[in-house]
Design a protein around this ligand. Structure first.
Ligand code: NDP
Length: 332
């Protein structure tokens, strides 16, 4: 029986409150402390979530011997420095997406964790989704033959309480860093490989992109089409995988909730696929992280996977600036 992992939270965020704190509790791990830049917010957050200790200092948190791992869910521009500091302190790291604002910084984060010999995972949640896991199995089992194209509709309506930095921050905000980045991680988990070249078009809101469409050359064999937005309050999300012998369509699957349906299309016959247990995505992620720490398993989404998805975002920005397609930096 392995001891529970003792976590600390860097960033007193909504995603930690709504998803990760419940997931950490669910798997039987513990939370030692929370850090936030604001004293009042840190204290209130600790009280609300029954966390015994809080601080405004990342260093103080990282110097604690009773912390094994950190979950970094601050705003995007802080991730790099916080993860590098955590690695230097010998703490395992589960870091939020986008890992950083540049691929160079994200690489440096993963390399710092490798040098320190600590586990690093990226919290891209979709590969943990029951619908995505069954689609991955269908593809791996050859149910649709060779994959040729993927369509992703990840256009969502952004709730009022999550607007803030997502729509106001010209550097870390916008759908590319926030939503498209998940599409790339999801496609990699489904079919492997990585994005090679991106063509992007956007519709900008007051400050940042509110709606983004891309066409991505994915390896030499597959084309991926994505739509991400903050202002679709009506149509459910979906993902379709088109293969040489069949196709898969999942509706309602681009979400943090374990919902959605999966159908297999072959020769004009449609089969509803049994999705299996509707396990919470974040619980699955934390369980996989624990196995990585205790048993040396590979996390569900690695640090390098997080670098790969950020590299595609950088190519989106390059394509938007130039009006042409842009190559994606390849990550080994
Ligand atoms: P929030 O806006 O809820 O929190 C981000 C930071 O804002 C907090 O860490 C805190 O800063 C500060 N903050 C928030 N509320 C207050 C407050 N009332 N008073 C003072 N400061 C406050 O961010 P999200 O939870 O939406 O996102 C956090 C990260 O998680 C981002 O990197 C995002 O991309 C990622 N994310 C990932 C998701 C996933 O499913 N994988 C889903 C949603 C977000 P401080 O650092 O000082 O504590």
């Amino acid at each position: 029986m392995t001891p529970p992992l003792r976590w600390a939270l860097i960033g007193a965020s909504d995603i930690a409150a709504t998803r990760l704190i419940p997931a950490i509790n669910e798997v039987g791990d513990t939370i030692t402390a929370v850090q936030s830049g604001s004293r009042d917010w840190a204290a209130a957050y600790a009280a609300t979530h029954e966390i015994n200790s809080w601080t405004t200092s990342v260093d103080e948190l990282l110097n604690r011997a009773d912390v094994d791992a950190v979950y970094v869910s601050s705003t995007n521009e802080k991730h790099h420095d916080q993860v590098v500091a955590a690695a230097a302190a010998g703490k395992h790291v589960l870091a939020e997406k986008p890992l950083a604002l540049t691929v160079a910084d994200a690489r440096a984060m993963v390399e710092a964790c490798e040098r320190a010999g600590v586990v690093m995972a990226t919290n891209h949640h979709l590969p943990a989704s029951p619908t995505h896991r069954i689609m991955r199995t269908l593809v791996a089992d050859g149910a649709i033959g060779q994959v040729r194209a993927i369509h992703v509709n990840h256009a969502v309506g952004l709730p009022q309480h999550l607007q803030g930095w997502r729509v106001d921050d010209p550097i870390g905000g916008g759908v590319a860093y926030d939503v498209f980045v998940h599409d790339v991680a999801a496609v990699r988990a489904l079919i492997g490989g990585q994005a090679l070249r991106v063509y992007a078009a956007e519709r900008t809101g007051a400050v940042v992109a509110q709606s983004l469409m891309t066409v991505v050359n994915w390896t030499d064999e597959v084309i991926v089409q994505t739509h991400d937005s903050y202002d679709n309050y009506h149509l459910p999300t979906w993902l379709e995988i088109l293969g040489t012998r069949g196709a898969i369509r999942s509706s309602g699957c681009m979400t943090g909730d374990p919902i959605g349906e999966v159908r297999l299309f072959r020769d004009h016959q449609v089969t509803d696929i049994e999705v299996g247990p509707r396990d919470d995505l974040y619980v699955t992620t934390v369980r996989a992280f624990d196995r990585a720490v205790h048993e040396g398993a590979t996390p569900l989404v690695t640090g390098w996977d997080g670098v790969r998805s950020l590299a595609a975002v950088e190519a989106v920005q390059a394509s938007l600036s130039s009006g042409c397609s842009a190559a994606v930096q390849l990550v080994g």
